[in-house]
Design a protein around this ligand. Structure first.
Ligand code: GAP
Length: 456
């Protein structure tokens, strides 16, 4: 456990130092469970999203992407059940007044009624406050995780609105609109990358559990009789994406089926793709067969028809939904854990040091190439900048760096996961070749600009 905590600490400190992630409002002392993404963090997030869009939308012919608003009609959250059941069990400390999730305290076992949102204590655990050592009041209260706001000129119940607690809901509401406007035929899916907000109470796991985060959602509409088969296909496809497209080791991933009491009452089946974090196996993406619950609920509450007419079968029905819902930031954190490595190596003088490397696959790396002049001499700098500009025309994720020793510059790039560094030296001025250094093997070879550009 001590080792795992230190890996998380090392990663969060690297993320801050190198412009990936910083706590929101850091100069004011930070804002709990909310984070800002810096230049390298945005580049990494964009690469994750781009790979997702490519694989689940662009490479298929049956997917449509939307970008729904954060605010939705409050009735939508009554229909979805969130106003009632989106709760965590809370317990207070008598002394320090801190609040904790009872289900995460030592020795406690609780069960949630997924129809009412009420929590029942199956086994009462420790009543000692984990922070101040005071006494916990043994009374569990339901706490709704939805973030409230007011939209309009007055602030009362009539203008109360919620920030989306899950991004997917506007997909259900727009099912008919997308189907009709795109003349989509079942089976088809609607995908969305969108923000979600939850008043999460657990903190201290960096970007694992956030109050504001992004979800990558697929809602795939199918005939009820085909749901089981298509569900299995999506399970395979989503696991494949993490393993083959993001390069996460198979043994670090697993599927876990929801247990009976965990399974929401309307779901037909639910499996989570989990990652073996240093703090245990945790959810990375949920792949669920939601049945026809969502469309039927929104149809009931809105009074609008949300069905599909199949002309070949001459049958009208409410489609089942297969949902694949993953988190952008959680995938980001997984990639950090998966590709972070430390190794003892020797510098040119034979001195040992610890090399920190993010061994990102090239498609994920926020910077793909770094160009250095060996020395800061006028001719080498000029030549290096020329080569840098040529590469940038084809690969914009490229940086130029002339500051510090060459060894330090390599280390800076290793730490952010840049796969290839180019060094322009005196030989470049004579024959146009320069060295390229591979991040993982640290091997160098000489090559010309033309052969590098043709590789690009
Ligand atoms: N629409 C289904 C849904 O929202 P979920 O299991 O609550 O299901 C889906 O969330 C994914 O969103 C999770 O697998 C996780 O990757 C991400 N996620 C959920 N809550 C999160 C949080 N508080 N912070 C960061 N990511 C979160």
């Amino acid at each position: 456990m001590a080792e795992s905590i230190s890996t998380l600490d090392k990663i969060s400190s690297l993320c801050k130092r190198r412009g990936f992630v910083i706590q929101s409002s850091d100069i004011y002392g930070g804002f709990a469970n909310v984070y800002d993404f810096g230049p390298l963090g945005v580049a990494l997030k964009n690469n994750i999203k781009r790979l997702w869009i490519k694989s689940v939308i662009e490479q298929r012919k049956d997917m449509y992407q939307i970008d729904g608003a954060i605010f939705m009609h409050p009735r939508a959250w009554e229909a979805s059940g969130h106003t009632k059941v989106f709760t965590d069990p809370l317990i207070d400390c008598e002394k320090c007044k801190r609040r904790f999730r009872a289900d995460q305290l030592e020795g406690w076992r609780l069960k949630k009624d997924n129809k009412t949102g009420k929590w029942t204590v199956l086994k009462q655990g420790s009543l000692t406050c984990p922070v101040c050592g005071g006494s916990l009041i043994p009374k569990v209260r339901e706490f709704n995780l939805m973030m409230e706001s007011y939209v309009g000129a007055v602030k009362d119940e009539s203008t109360k609105a919620y920030l989306k607690p899950e991004s997917c809901q506007n997909i259900y509401l727009n099912f008919m609109w997308v189907k009709d406007s795109m003349r989509a035929k079942i089976p088809f899916g609607i995908a969305q990358i969108g923000k979600a907000f939850r008043n999460e109470l657990t903190s201290g796991q960096f970007i694992f559990r956030l109050r504001e985060f992004e979800q990558m959602d697929i809602e795939y509409f199918v005939h009820p009789k085909e749901a089981e088969r298509i569900y299995e296909e999506w399970k395979k496809e989503r696991f494949y994406w993490y393993e083959k497209k993001l390069g996460i080791k198979k043994e670090h991933l697993r599927f876990r089926q929801h247990e009976k009491e965990e399974l929401i009452f309307y779901a037909k089946d639910a499996w989570d793709i989990e990652y073996n974090f240093p703090f245990g196996w945790k959810e990375l993406e949920g792949v669920h067969n939601r049945g026809d619950y969502d469309l039927k609920q929104h149809s009931k509450f809105s009074g609008k028809k949300l069905t599909y007419f199949d002309s070949e079968r001459n049958e009208e029905y409410t489609p089942y939904i297969i949902e694949c819902s993953g988190g952008v930031e959680r995938t980001f954190l997984v990639l950090m854990f998966e590709f972070y490595s430390e190794e003892e190596v020797e510098d040119v003088n034979g001195k040992k040091y610890i090399r920190v490397v993010l061994r990102f696959p090239k498609e994920i790396a926020p910077v793909k190439y770094a160009v250095f002049p060996l020395l800061r001499s006028e001719r080498l700098v000029e030549e290096a900048k020329k080569i840098y500009e040529e590469i940038r025309k084809i690969e914009p994720a490229c940086v130029y760096d002339e500051v510090g020793s060459i060894g330090r510059r390599y280390r800076r790039q290793d730490e952010i996961g840049t796969p290839v560094c180019l060094t322009i030296d005196h030989q470049t001025l004579e024959d146009g070749t320069f060295t390229i250094r591979d991040r993982d093997t640290m091997k160098q070879e000489r090559i010309s600009l033309d052969s590098l550009l043709s590789r690009l």
